[in-house]
Design a protein around this ligand. Structure first.
Ligand code: NAD
Ligand code: AHE
Ligand code: ZN
Length: 375
């Protein structure tokens, strides 16, 4: 039997820089290889604000944003066996098919199976959107579009999780917290005793601190231009906090002096290309590695003296912390259930979908780690 369209509420981004518009949309049934999900809770990530700002070269409008969420499978398309109606799931903007060139390489968590279509805001099956509003098609975003009561995903982007896990908490494992932890564990592979510098103390930076504590890093230097972040950073386990504004010297020089030559690992969790340079250059000669997590605006480019790399520093980046989404997200959920990782502490605000624009405003005021919308 073919499923029916569902009418529900969704927050539509009609164009860049405009407030979202909560409207009734029609969500078409899932086609082959697709899953329709009832979203229970979704958080806002800085990347949603980035795309709404118009700075994302992949940004398409009108669209339904949102990519950090959890929900319940409502229905599945023909041939989908990986999940069934009633399963509790986390949407994953980074798919995992296990069969493409990328998945088969064993060298990356990027998956090539649906990325071309998710980047164009459409579904692979018929290259169209499953959302309409007043008959007009609305683009998908990051293959997830979680600012909606119902959404359609490619099955390769749906991680099935423990049904006992609280959906309003574990949605955070769909992006920010998982990314910070994975950057430390998978991308940098921080070892016990290592010295770490973290630039930017939002949810991603704090998760880097948390991951570093679990990896038993010896020293964790937390850097932010907003001193209000320092109390949190210390609570999460930072051993040192530094405000670049407190010194006339470049922050990399301050850190190199403080650490007898530089850190073993650094993480950029801001999305600012100048901070990315500082993060690389505060690394120790011969072996220091810097991981870029932040997303910089269209047209921005990184630079440094090549001598920085010639003398052994390594510049890396990470998408979703190197986690293979459908495989690793359920394991992260179990770690949360076992009390091994925090999530509740990252949730500073809760809203209804109708108040999503208030939540976006909070993202910019520095006091919000994660605002969760309870749908
Ligand atoms: P956030 O805005 O909550 O945190 C950013 C922090 O950086 C803030 O505390 C801010 O005060 C600080 N900051 C700003 N300018 C600074 C400077 N010059 N030096 C030091 N600190 C500075 O954002 P978030 O949600 O934690 O996300 C961080 C970044 O990571 C964003 O760019 C987001 O798009 C990106 N991101 C990337 C991935 C990935 O897979 N690569 C995943 C999630 C988020
Ligand atoms: N579309 C942007 C790039 C956006 C970007 O880098 N996204 C990160 C995730 S941010 C999550 O909050 C990512 O993992 N990218 C890998 C991918 O496959 O998109 C641009 O600049 O074009
Ligand atoms: Zn995100």
């Amino acid at each position: 039997t073919v499923g029916q369209p569902i009418e529900c509420k969704a927050a539509i981004a009609w164009e860049a820089k405009k407030p979202l518009d909560v409207r009734t949309v029609v969500v078409a049934p899932p086609q082959a290889g697709e899953v329709r999900i009832k979203i229970v809770a979704t958080a806002l990530c800085h990347t949603d604000a980035y795309t709404l700002s118009g700075c994302d070269p992949e940004g398409l409008f009108p669209c339904i944003l949102g990519h950090e969420a959890a929900g319940v499978v409502e229905s599945v398309g023909p041939d989908v066996t990986s999940v069934a109606p009633g399963d509790h799931v986390i949407p994953c903007y980074q798919a995992f098919c296990g069969a493409c060139k990328f998945c088969g390489s064993g060298k990356t968590n990027l998956c090539g199976s649906v990325r071309a279509w998710t980047g164009k805001g459409i579904m692979k099956a018929n290259e169209q959107s499953r959302f309409t509003c007043d008959g007009k098609p609305i683009y998908h975003f990051m293959g997830t579009s979680t600012f909606a009561e119902y959404t359609v995903l490619h099955a390769v982007s749906v991680a099935k999780i423990n049904p006992q896990a609280p959906l309003d908490k574990v949605g955070l494992l769909g992006c920010g917290v998982a990314t910070g932890l994975g950057a430390v564990w998978n991308t940098a592979k921080v070892e016990a005793g290592a010295t770490v510098a973290v630039f930017g103390l939002g949810a991603v930076g704090l998760a880097v601190i948390e991951g570093s504590v679990i990896a038993k890093a010896g020293r964790i230097i937390a850097v932010d231009t907003n001193p209000e972040k320092f109390e949190l950073a210390k609570k999460w386990g930072a051993t040192d906090v530094i405000n670049p504004k407190d010194s006339d010297k470049p922050i990399q020089d301050v850190i190199v002096e403080l650490t007898d030559g530089g850190v073993d690992y650094s993480f950029e969790c801001v999305g600012n290309v100048h901070v990315m340079r500082s993060a690389l250059e505060c690394c120790h000669k011969g072996w220091g590695e810097s991981v870029i997590i932040g997303v910089a605006a269209s047209g921005q480019e990184i630079s440094t003296r090549p001598f920085q790399l010639v003398t052994g520093r390594v510049w890396k980046g990470t998408a979703f912390g190197g986690f293979k989404s459908r495989v690793d997200v359920p394991i992260l959920v179990e770690k949360y259930m076992a009390g091994e990782i925090k999530l509740d502490e990252y949730i500073t605000h809760n809203f209804k979908l109708e108040d999503i624009n208030q939540a976006f405003e909070l993202l910019h005021n520095g006091q919000c780690l994660r605002a969760v919308l309870n749908l």
